[in-house]
Design a protein around this ligand. Structure first.
Ligand SMILES: [Zn+2]
Length: 741
């Protein structure tokens, strides 16, 4: 061992022990991750005793199109699967985020500038006279009808149970409430209505509209952190039966399957609806633009009730308007044929008729292949101005053409992008049900990654720079004081950092993981394993980190540590490349008692001189015979002369790399040879295990190298590619030329 080790050092690395800057970048995350237990296993899978709560809803709600008031009553049947008793329950009252004394406005910081558009003045909301928030009329025991004691803490509602719920108990209670829906023009919130002054009609996108159960789990008990606006939702699974009473000429989309099409649709619409369910090549119109335009004028005063049923969803949203055009088509996913459906006002055309339902189909196909076959029977995309927001089986998406029907490439790309993204959210976090209030990257990041993959495979004309390592390098180059690590509470991320933090950086990290660190085959297998293990369950970050390793045999603790727990960036410098050749065979190499040390291998003075190009030709070094004392107990010897002969014509290159950004990273080396040919080599990040700041490595090449570039395509997200080139002079010349131009 000892002797071999010595030789290995002599030939492969010239020791660089001068620096001792190490931070344990490859140490395991043992102390940082939660201790595995029987609920969440060390493999990253749900443990043998994994449990989760369940909340089933039966809701009746009526929308008043004159006053924009929603009035509802719900019966929630809550099942306690926790191994501990519960004496009270927590529900979410998200509308209270806009009530008179809401906490969000109190803790918001703002300032006055020389001129501010009225709409964007921070306190403009106070002038609208909007009376937001839930009005809770009653909370009763569903069986006895008796009032239950409850208290409201801003966006959280606590209900005291008459008797504690033991493990396995079910308890049903009834809540009656109402609230005034908000104008989305005035409040940039998720959900609300849009008013169209030209025809006097409304388009409602209704979300967070009923008191919803909080999650109670093994990880933190009740997730009852206040809704402050940025950190989204944590919700339990259940079945929903929802009856929506709306004006009789409205068309309604919702989370779930329509239960009474014969009652709410005309005979002709019903026939078209049935045709759509069997049509796989293009969308079928159920309500045409002409039909929708006609309804805009003859406004019905009658009411009708649409009934929907949704199984195993974590939420329920709906959209309703008489302005809706409606098209749909079936999508084939192995043994499943979900219905892709779009609803949009005429203001969305011609873009929406052409692109929306096809984008749903593309999303379901690509995401299903990477995770699990889309398990729900339907997927809606609804056109709403200037937003993108997701709910189970339904999402609200912007992307509106100009008045004359023309639209820019940016509008087209934005519209297709937002539909893929929001439909994609069905997988993360609707099915793989993570806690959005705490970890934004777990849904936004994973989803943005697959959104890019969908565009890459289905929309080659769409720009997918955002969310790639190269596309995010500008952000990563920025002031680290303005950034937060990905492992950061959603509401504690500065507003300006939220987009890159929750979406772009995690997507770039996953792309780097797939393309460079793990390779597509291993990554896709592990990613799919995560999605399938945690479908219809509540995963936490460690479950993702552990599963990705468990399913791939790739130690990724260094990757999670660097990309998820720090704000470091990838910034390598190719410090120098030295070119060597073995000195031709000569006499006097039989140094039986020579003391082997680095200086004997290469002319010390020359080796120490800094190389800036290949112009001086190769430096020669002497390969002496292996000293006898290096053989230890072995009686046999290697043939030194043979080794020398084999290496005689080879070009040996010693590369020095510096890690300036802090993130350890795979090293992608592009060699360009004298004959113009190129070779790409990928060195795993583990090259930085022992020295995290500087490494040297020797490469053997048949052909003469004229140029070396580290990460030629920016695939690692290196924030400064100009110092990744050798010879440096060539780079400087290029740079000078650029400057002159
Ligand atoms: Zn999103």
């Amino acid at each position: 061992m000892k002797n071999l080790f010595l030789l290995a050092i002599l030939f492969v690395t010239i020791p660089t022990f001068a620096q001792q800057k190490w931070q344990g970048k490859f140490e395991q995350l043992d102390q940082i991750l939660p201790t595995p237990n029987s609920y969440r296993s060390a493999s990253g899978a749900p443990g043998v005793n994994y449990w989760q709560q369940r909340a089933d809803y039966e809701i009746d709600v009526e929308l008043n199109d004159e006053t924009q008031v929603l009035t509802g009553k719900e019966t929630i049947t809550y099942t306690n699967n926790a191994p501990e008793p519960l004496r009270f329950l927590w529900l979410q009252l998200d509308q209270n985020n806009l009530s008179k004394d809401n906490e969000t406005d109190k803790i918001k910081t703002n300032r006055i500038r020389d001129s501010i558009p009225a709409k964007f003045f921070p306190l403009a909301g106070d002038t609208y006279g909007y009376d937001g928030g839930f009005k809770i009329k009653s909370v009763k025991d569903a069986l006895t009808g008796k009032d239950l004691t409850f208290l409201i803490n801003h966006t959280m509602l606590r209900i005291d149970l008459p008797t504690a719920m033991k493990t396995g108990d079910k308890y049903a209670f009834r809540i009656e409430w109402s609230f005034v829906e908000k104008d989305r023009l005035k409040f940039s919130e998720r959900g609300g209505y849009e008013y169209f002054p030209e025809d006097g009609n409304y388009l409602y996108a209704i979300a967070q509209w009923f008191p919803r159960m909080c999650v109670f789990d093994d990880y933190e008990g009740w997730q009852n952190k206040q809704f402050l606006g940025q950190g989204e939702f944590a919700l339990a699974f259940g079945n929903y039966r929802v009856r929506l009473t709306v004006p009789s000429d409205h068309i309604v989309a919702a989370s779930g399957v329509l239960q009474n099409p014969k009652t709410v649709l005309t005979k002709e619409q019903n026939e078209r609806f049935e045709t759509a369910k069997k049509t796989f090549d293009k969308p079928v119109f159920i309500v045409t633009e002409e039909e929708a335009k006609k309804k805009e004028k003859d406004r019905s005063k009658k009411k009708i009730t649409w009934e929907f049923y949704a199984e195993n969803v974590r939420d329920f949203a709906f959209a309703t308007s008489r302005k809706f055009i409606w098209d749909a088509m079936a999508v084939k996913l192995n043994d499943k044929t979900p219905l892709a459906q779009s609803m949009y006002p005429k203001e969305g055309n011609p873009l929406w008729a052409k692109e929306s339902t096809m984008a749903i189909k593309n999303t379901l196909e690509i995401y299903s292949a990477r995770t699990l076959d889309y398990p729900y029977p339907t997927a809606f995309s609804i056109h709403t101005a200037d937003q993108g927001m997701e709910y189970p089986m339904i999402c609200f998406n912007g992307g509106r053409p100009n008045k004359d029907g023309t639209y820019s490439q940016a509008t087209y790309e934005g519209m297709v992008g937002v539909i893929i993204h929001e439909v994609g959210h069905n997988f993360f976090p609707m099915i793989v049900n993570s806690d959005e209030r705490q970890w934004s990257w777990m849904d936004e990041g994973l989803n943005t990654f697959l959104e890019r993959e969908t565009k890459r495979e289905r929309y080659p004309n769409v720009n997918i720079s955002w969310g790639s390592p190269k596309g995010m390098s500008r952000y990563m180059r920025g002031d680290k004081n303005n950034m937060r690590p990905l492992m950061w509470g959603s509401d504690n991320i500065p507003r300006g950092d939220f987009g890159p933090n929750a979406y772009g950086k995690p997507a770039a990290a996953l792309t780097l993981l797939r393309e460079t660190v793990m390779g597509p085959e291993l990554f896709d297998k592990a990613f799919k394993e995560y999605a399938q293990r945690w479908a219809f369950k509540h995963p936490k970050p460690a479950d993702f980190f552990r599963t990705m390793e468990d399913a791939s045999a790739v130690d990724l603790d260094w990757f999670w540590r660097g990309w998820f727990y720090t704000v470091d960036n990838v910034d390598l410098e190719l410090d120098e490349v030295k070119w060597f050749k073995v000195k031709a065979e000569q006499k006097g190499l039989e140094n039986k008692n020579v003391k082997a040390k680095a200086g004997d291998l290469a002319a010390d003075t020359k080796a120490k001189e800094k190389a800036s190009d290949f112009n001086n030709g190769p430096q020669e070094f002497t390969m002496i015979n292996t000293p006898d004392n290096s053989y230890g107990e072995f009686k046999n010897k290697i043939n030194d002369s043979d080794v020398r002969k084999k290496l005689a014509d080879k070009n040996l290159y010693e590369i020095t790399l510096k890690n300036k950004g802090g993130l350890v990273t795979p090293v992608i080396i592009e060699w360009t040879f004298k004959d113009g040919s190129k070779e790409i080599e990928i060195i795993p990040a583990e090259i930085w295990r022992v020295n995290e700041t500087e490494v040297k490595k020797v490469f053997m090449k048949e052909k003469e190298v004229v140029n070396v570039v580290i990460d030629p395509n920016g695939a690692t997200g290196d924030i400064n590619l100009t110092d990744n080139v050798f010879p440096k002079k060539a780079d400087e010349t290029k740079f000078d030329q650029l400057k002159k131009n």
